[in-house]
Design a protein around this ligand. Structure first.
Ligand code: NAD
Ligand code: MG
Length: 388
């Protein structure tokens, strides 16, 4: 029986994690759950999983949730705020932490749990995107186990993990991240001019929130994943490639020096990588639809960097080891996707303004998480001025 804390329990990754726990009640005990403001969903989760603690954003929400839980004779204690998030991630009783808060808010509790040497199931993208050098140094120093949940990185981890990882390093020639190419894979630049938010959110294979769907259409999501892969697997950027694979069956692959390619495949369902990380190093039954190879042809295409500027930018940033630039890249994108979704800017302006932000920003590589957060905030102010 493993004690697990789920940071961001009410989100898509958090709910999938809980559904695996519901299917395997003798393997996991839920120590704590967190949500930002969705207290109704958190309330239902608390009744079902009886965590010791539930954490919400502020005092008011904590009081509301406490009242509702007391009326049901629940024994869960409700806490609030950043310190509480750190406490539920770091407590000695916790065996593993699912880091599934979205955005920069996920950094500090995850980082602190690493410093406690925990097993971390990492979904939060921003941790490695904005602070990869700090996170990886802490993983090494505190001997934490960092397991990627993002499907591509989880796939690569699976392709590597049948070997001793250190020995693997010299044998791995390339890491190949697959990308569906999103809904606009075949559109020309001229056609992309007039894309609407609803069109950008209609992802062909994965059902996701609006922000990440737009990121998938611009291939920003893949660009962020290139940064994550760079840190997780310690590969020079020249050895990381992106390949379009519209069916999203091959979740990523590794090329070895003897000409072998090892790929991880499956139906696109986040429960597979989540379950793999939860049970690592063992494999366990996870209830996902079967993959029928006779029903779908698998195809692959090169990425056109002239239409997917985010990827072009990211390879330059990493080549230059511009780690502050990674923070600017991510923060600018968040502001700009929001502006696009609310009709303030056009689709192609997302990338144009990211380039403008990178050319105007001038930060040194951050030395700690507070500096990461400061660069993130200053970038948001800078970018808001572009179109406000
Ligand atoms: P989501 O938006 O569905 O859920 C986010 C969770 O974070 C919620 O529980 C929410 O209450 C909490 N949260 C939001 N803002 C917060 C704040 N300021 N402070 C504390 N908690 C806050 O997101 P998701 O799809 O579950 O994704 C979570 C993370 O995993 C993201 O970083 C995302 O990029 C990454 N990821 C998601 C998927 C996926 O398939 N959903 C795949 C790969 C990676
Ligand atoms: Mg992914």
């Amino acid at each position: 029986m493993k004690n697990i804390t789920i940071l961001g329990a009410t989100g898509s990754i958090g709910q999938n994690t809980l559904s695996i726990i519901a299917d395997n009640p003798y393997d996991f005990s839920v120590y704590a759950l967190s949500a930002h403001t969705q207290i109704d969903r958190l309330f239902t989760q608390c009744l079902q999983f009886s965590p010791k603690y539930a954490v919400v954003a502020n005092k008011d929400l904590a009081a509301q949730l406490t009242t509702k839980l007391k009326a049901q004779n629940s024994t869960t204690t409700v806490l609030y705020g950043q310190k509480a998030l750190i406490d539920i991630a770091c407590d000695d009783a916790v065996d593993m932490v699912m880091a599934a808060i979205v955005g920069i808010a996920g950094l500090t509790p995850t980082y602190e749990a690493i410093k406690k040497g925990k097993k971390i199931l990492l979904a939060n993208k921003e941790s490695l995107v904005t602070a990869g050098h700090l996170f990886m140094a802490a993983v090494e120093k505190y001997n934490a186990l960092l397991l990627p949940v993002d499907s591509e990185h989880n796939a690569i981890f699976q392709c590597l993990s049948s070997f001793n990882k250190k020995a693997d390093k010299g044998a791995v020639e390339k890491i190949i991240l697959t990308a569906s190419g999103g809904p606009f894979r075949q559109k020309t630049l001229a056609e992309l001019q007039h894309v609407t938010p609803d069109e950008a959110c209609a992802h062909p294979n994965w059902s996701m929130g609006r922000k990440i769907s737009v990121d998938s259409s611009t291939m920003m999501n893949k660009a962020l994943e290139v940064i994550e892969a760079y840190w997780l697997f310690g590969m020079p950027i020249e050895n990381i490639e992106v390949l379009i694979h519209p069916q999203s069956i091959v979740h990523s692959m590794v090329k070895y020096c003897d000409g072998s390619f090892i790929a991880q495949m499956g139906t696109p369902d986040m429960k597979t990588p989540i379950g793999y990380a939860m049970y690592y190093p063992k494999r366990h039954f996870i209830d996902v639809p079967n993959l029928d190879f006779t029903q779908k042809a698998l195809t692959f295409e090169q990425v056109d960097l002239s239409r997917f500027g985010a990827l072009k930018i990211v390879f330059t940033l990493l080549k230059n080891k511009d780690y502050a630039g990674n923070i600017v890249f991510n923060a600018a994108n968040e502001v700009l996707v929001e502006a696009f979704l609310s009709g303030q800017i056009k689709y192609l302006e997302i990338i144009d303004y990211i380039e403008k932000a990178l050319s105007k920003a001038n930060f040194n590589a951050p030395g700690d998480i507070d500096e990461v957060i400061a660069i993130d905030q200053q970038t948001r102010l800078l970018v808001n001025d572009f179109f406000a």
